[in-house]
Structures are given as C-alpha cells and as structure tokens.
Design a protein around this ligand. Structure first.
Ligand SMILES: Cc1cc2nc3c(=O)[nH]c(=O)nc-3n(C[C@H](O)[C@H](O)[C@H](O)COP(=O)(O)OP(=O)(O)OC[C@H]3O[C@@H](n4cnc5c(N)ncnc54)[C@H](O)[C@@H]3O)c2cc1C
Length: 396
C-alpha cells in the first residue's frame, strides 16, 4: 500500500474543500485535496442560484465564464397564484447570479491548485486512520489502488452525504424533518421571465418550494424540494414536480435536458464542527440555509475560515480541538444566527396552510420592502402576523 504524508488532507473537491485547500496552501501548508469523482463539479446537483455580496467576502471576482445569467429580481408565488415581484430597484445586491456551477467549482479548484494544493481526482476516502485514539489521516482508493494519506489535520468537505466526519467520531445524524429531498430538471424551450428567479410556495411542494432559475435562451433549472417527513406514504418529489410542470403553460411543452436529484439539510448546522485533528466544512457540517436550501456561499466561507485557521495552527503545530476553536468561532459568528433563525422559520412555515401562505404573500406585496432577503420578509410577517413568528421574534 502506498503511503503519503502532508500537512492537511482535504476530503472533497466541492466549493468548501477547494476554499479550505486554497487558504491552507496560501498559508504555506502542504495540502492534498482528494475528490472521488472524475470531474470537479460534475454531475451537477444544484439549482445554481446565488446572491452577489458574498463573492467579495471570499475574495473571488465574478467571472462571466461561470455566470450563466444575471438576475434583475425575484418572484415569490403563493399557493393560489398571487405573485410578489421584486425588481432591481428594490432588490439591491441581494439578487444574484445563476451560475454555471460546474465551471464555478472548477475555477475554485484551479485557484486551490494555483495556491499550491495538490488535487487528486478519482480518489475516494474510504475511512479514517485512527492510532491510539488520534486521527492521523485517511485511507483512500486512488484509481483502484488502496492508499494512506497521513496528515496533521483532516478537512471533511465531502458534502451532504459526508462520511468523513462520522468515521472520525462526530455525530452527523440528521432528523428526517431537517432534510429536504430534491429533484430538478434542466429545461429548454420554456417561456419564463429570463431575469427573475421564481419561488413557488405551499402545497405544490410540501415543506419546501418549487424553483425556476433561468439560464438564458429559454432554459431554466426547474426543481423542487420537499421536507423529508412529507415524502412518506409514497409522496415523491418527482410526482410533485411533474404535476407542477404539467399545470404551468410556460413549462408544460418544455424539453428536459438533464435530471438531477439530491438532498439538502435544513437544520442550523452541526453542534460540533471540530475535533482533534479534524475540521468539518460546508454541507458536511450541515451549513445549508434551512429556508432557501442555498449552501454554496456558506461552504465557501467555512472553507476559507478553515484554511486560514489551519495555517495559524501550523505555526504552533497544534491541531487539537482547542487550537481549532477559532474556526468554530469564525463560522458561527458569521452564519449561525441566520441558520438558527431560518431553521425556526422553516419549522413554522412547514406547518402553515395554503390559505395562510396566500395571506403572507399578499402582506409582503403590500409592504415597502427594500431588499429581498429572508430577514426582510420575516420582518414584514412579524408586523402583519406576529403570531407566526412569536417563537423566534427576538431573532428578527
Ligand atoms: C438539488 C439541489 C439544489 C441546490 N441548489 C442550490 C442553489 O441554487 N444555491 C446554493 O447556494 N446551493 C444550492 N444547493 C446546495 C449546494 O449545492 C451545496 O450547499 C454546496 O455544493 C456545498 O458545497 P460543499 O463543498 O460543502 O459540498 P459539495 O459541493 O457536495 O462537495 C463535496 C464533494 O466531496 C466529494 N466527496 C464525497 N465523498 C467523498 C469521498 N469519500 N472521498 C472524496 N471525495 C468525496 C463529492 O464528490 C463532492 O465533489 C443545492 C443542492 C441540491 C441537492
């Protein structure tokens, strides 16, 4: 068996892994990032919608090469068809891009490589190497060969289905109600508004929503997420999505080019995202926004924080849980309040009837909301229907 050594081994070449690898390498560390797939960013499992602000925060310049379409606004559609449309003058910088996600992911990985990280494709972690109770690296399969990679610290960036953190001893279990099952079609020959992301709420997508994210040239990602507990009794997201498309004259004669499925967590993040010699980032750490299901920006931020903290730890050679604490602090300071607030809002919204959701959309429509984001929407709801948000009123 071949054995390798490095300072940091990053498991998973998604946005979280690439950012961690980049910043650790920029800090002078010897980094190996392993990715089980043959191609970064493929197959796609994403609706590709992001806002704009965070790119600056993670030091990434927007690049037309990976921006498929720039949005002018967002449309929220209530169960009985009331729409709330925010155009650019109100949407501010919160309205964003629809990406070419596979190219975006590749660009981040390229940056990690440029910073000095080694990127090993078709290399799947298969277990943790634990000696005398201490995590000392990962076992992996590299193009059919069993190998060992020993490192001072492991970054678990292996996405929603993460096993790395569990192998290393952390509790990664997820409640069924905190998991949305998604399916998405890449559709062509459809007639949606080309520069507005659309969100349809209510019983069309129990506990979740239908999205239509335009990709230009009469194409869009049309998908659905349904709360795990509502997928029982044979309820299948595909059945809901097909029904939705069939009933929408703009979509029903469209052509499906690609089908993707996947899960998103809708909880407020893992209780612990560090252990001795281990950091967990992105979807693996359950950092997805519980309301929107968006997790790219969270994974990127967390990866960046992890890489920076690892570079600091290297100065003392201490990668213990205590030494890694600044990582917990950084991501929690930046993101945890929002994850908690949106988790509580999601819990509540999942219980609301179509009638109440209709009223909420009408209330938002009547408001003078300045920017489309969950916080502002909740503020309007708080004014009009305080009883809906009373359990987490202090967080708004
Ligand atoms: C249907 C769907 C739609 C979505 N839409 C959006 C959206 O519009 N906007 C948004 O912001 N977010 C969206 N998300 C969420 C977003 O895709 C994730 O939050 C984001 O990809 C998280 O990045 P990550 O690096 O943590 O994980 P990932 O991008 O999942 O990367 C993990 C990587 O680890 C690799 N890996 C896994 N196991 C191993 C192993 N054992 N060894 C080596 N490599 C391994 C995987 O192959 C993968 O490349 C969506 C998710 C789904 C499922």
């Amino acid at each position: 068996m071949q054995k390798f050594e490095c300072d940091i081994v990053v498991v998973g070449g998604g946005p979280g892994g690439s950012m961690a690898a980049k910043y650790a390498a920029l800090g002078g560390l010897d980094v190996i990032m392993i990715e089980k797939r043959a191609e970064i960013g493929a197959p796609l499992r994403c609706a590709e919608g992001v806002s704009k602000k965070w790119l600056e925060e993670i030091g990434v310049e927007p690049d037309p090469a990976w921006i498929s379409a720039e949005m002018d606004g967002a449309i929220i559609v209530s169960p009985s068809g009331h729409t709330f449309k925010l155009d650019e003058s109100h949407a501010g910088n919160e309205v964003g891009y629809v990406l070419e996600r596979h190219l975006f992911d590749k660009a981040l990985t390229e940056q990690a490589g440029k910073a000095g990280a080694k990127i090993w494709m078709r290399t799947a972690a298969t277990g943790a190497i634990i000696e005398d109770g201490k995590l000392v690296g990962v076992r992996a399969n590299r193009m059919g060969d069993e190998i060992e990679i020993r490192a001072n610290c492991v970054v678990a960036a292996d996405g929603f289905e993460s096993q790395m953190a569990r192998w290393a001893g952390l509790d990664t279990s997820l409640d069924l109600k905190d998991l949305d099952t998604c399916i998405q079609y890449r559709m062509a020959n459809i007639d949606v508004e080309p520069n507005y992301c659309e969100f349809v709420i209510g019983s069309a997508a129990p506990g979740g929503y239908v999205w239509i994210f335009p990709k230009g040239d009469r194409k869009a990602n049309v998908g659905i997420g349904i709360q795990g507990t509502k997928c029982n009794l044979g309820a299948d997201p595909k059945v809901y999505l097909d029904k939705f498309i069939e009933n929408d004259p703009r979509l029903k004669d469209g052509t499906v080019l690609e089908i993707v499925g996947g899960g998103v967590s809708t909880c407020p993040g893992m209780e612990e995202t560090t252990a001795d010699n281990l950091v967990v980032v992105g979807d693996a750490a359950r950092m997805i926004d519980p309301i929107t299901g968006g997790g790219i920006c969270h994974a990127c931020r967390a990866g960046m924080y992890a890489g920076k903290v690892l570079a600091e730890c290297a100065k003392s050679g201490d990668f213990s849980k205590d030494a890694l604490q600044p990582y917990e602090e950084m991501w929690r300071d930046r993101m945890e309040d929002k994850l908690w607030r949106n988790w509580m809002a999601k819990e509540k919204f999942a219980t609301l009837s179509d009638e109440v959701l209709d009223n909420l959309v009408l209330a938002i429509k009547d408001s003078d909301i300045k920017e489309v984001n969950v916080y502002n929407l909740l503020k309007v709801i708080k004014d009009k229907y305080p009883e809906i948000v009373d359990e987490f009123e202090s967080m708004i």
